[in-house]
Design a protein around this ligand. Structure first.
Ligand SMILES: [Zn+2]
Length: 416
């Protein structure tokens, strides 16, 4: 049985800080008077919490607005420069490391191309760790930002991330040959990342989903599915406002749901997966089989050539039908109010495919749930994975009322 609760006052103080900080972050700038009704805190509590957050440097004044007949009201916002976050996208062709301030304005970025995968499609995890650590050093050095002001580093990876073990996040990336790669422990090894920096690792489709939910096409929805169509295909299922994880975080592996029994061989080793039809790698392979060819060295350039080619109408129509059928499955399974098509290939194909995809989804889905759903393109562009990865430490920072930064600054837990 749990012992008596001794931390009630501290819990309350921390909760109040978290409430005010989050409200200012997502809806600011706001005045103290506006914060009251928005947070359900008394004006006395608001004054105390704001004074604390200002003293800590986390909140700053942002001008003022006139109030009817009274004194002008001071507006408050989260101070963008009071901390920094890093987002990392371990993509299919490169590792991107981006440094942001707290408003998620980009301060610096480094793109490191991945060496070609081994003939069996396997990625060298040690090489990727080296690129992440090197990229972090480079973005910090280029901007003069110190590791001490980093609230954390968020990393989006292809594959399933299991963070339940004692040694941190382990990645199961079946399509890139990673079987239980202890990525977090490898990043923590001496000589890699500075030891005090908090690390957060998640699946790349889930980080993209977080970014679209916070700032993009998912904003305001409680039940949504954000899809990532790149070389491969993934999804982030948002159920009642939070990402649905399943028992070991693998939920949302939509790309490996089967569209055709005994169908095309997928990179995962199975057959007939959605990814084997609509992922960029598979789509290009289908084009090649149909006699197509391209000159670009990368998939993005090749896909652009496919879209511009005169004789690819039927291939694209088929792709729209496969994607629409996959989206119909999401509608029937999850009853989302919104489905967002994102990822670099999804955004490239979107203008051409979104209407036929909607028609196909309507024809395969149950009518009632489909009528409650909109199918939209992502709004954040192909960079959303790094932005979403950066929201991982930022979310912890807001949830703890800025405790993460306090801990770093004071060298002790804010909770004492
Ligand atoms: Zn598969």
């Amino acid at each position: 049985m749990a012992g008596p609760r001794r931390r009630t006052v501290r819990d309350l103080r921390r909760n109040n800080r978290a409430t005010v900080l989050s409200k200012l972050y997502f809806d600011g700038p706001l005045s103290r008077q506006e914060l009251g009704p928005l947070t359900a805190l008394s004006s006395g509590s608001i004054s105390n919490v704001v004074a604390e957050l200002v003293a800590d440097g986390l909140v700053e004044e942002a001008g003022s607005v006139d109030s009817d007949g009274g004194r002008p009201r001071t507006l408050l916002r989260v101070a963008p420069g009071s901390g920094h976050v890093v987002g990392v996208d371990v993509g299919e062709t490169r590792v991107r490391v981006e440094l942001f301030d707290l408003s998620l304005s980009e301060l610096a970025r480094v793109d490191a191309p991945l060496p070609l995968a081994a003939p069996d499609g396997t990625y060298d995890a040690h090489e990727i760790v080296r690129l992440i650590a090197g990229g972090l050093t480079e973005v910090l050095a280029g901007t003069g930002v110190t590791p001490a002001s980093l609230i954390g580093v968020g990393i989006g990876v292809p594959g399933i991330v299991d963070a339940s073990g004692a040694s941190g996040a382990v990645v199961h990336g079946q399509t890139i040959g990673w079987e239980a790669v202890p990525l977090e422990a490898m990043l923590r090894a001496p000589g890699e990342l500075p030891p005090q920096i908090p690390l957060f690792v998640d699946n790349g489709a889930k980080t993209l989903g977080r970014a679209e939910m916070w700032f993009g096409a998912g904003r305001g929805a409680r039940n949504a599915v954000i899809t990532l169509i790149g070389s491969g295909v993934g999804a982030c299922v948002i159920a009642d406002g939070v990402p649905y994880q399943g028992s070991s975080s693998s939920a949302g592996e939509w790309g490996h749901t089967v569209l055709q029994v005994g169908g095309r061989l997928c990179r995962c080793g199975s057959r007939g997966c959605l990814e084997a039809y609509v992922g960029a790698e598979a789509l290009l392979e289908r084009w090649r089989e149909a006699g197509g060819s391209w000159t670009a060295q990368d998939e993005e350039g090749a896909l652009a050539e496919l879209l511009a080619a005169p004789d690819t109408g039927q291939l694209l129509d088929e792709t729209a039908e496969f994607l629409g059928a996959g989206i119909a499955d999401l509608v029937n399974l999850f009853n989302p109010e919104r489905i967002v098509v994102g990822g670099w290939a999804g955004l490239l194909l979107g203008p051409r495919l979104i209407e036929p995809v909607r028609r196909a989804a309507a024809s395969y889905a149950l009518r009632h749930p489909f009528a409650q759903t909109t199918v939209e393109l992502g709004r954040l562009g192909a960079d959303a994975v790094t932005v979403g990865a950066a929201t991982l430490p930022l979310a912890r920072f807001l949830e703890t009322g800025g405790a993460e930064r306090e801990r770093i600054v004071s060298g002790a837990s804010w909770m004492g």
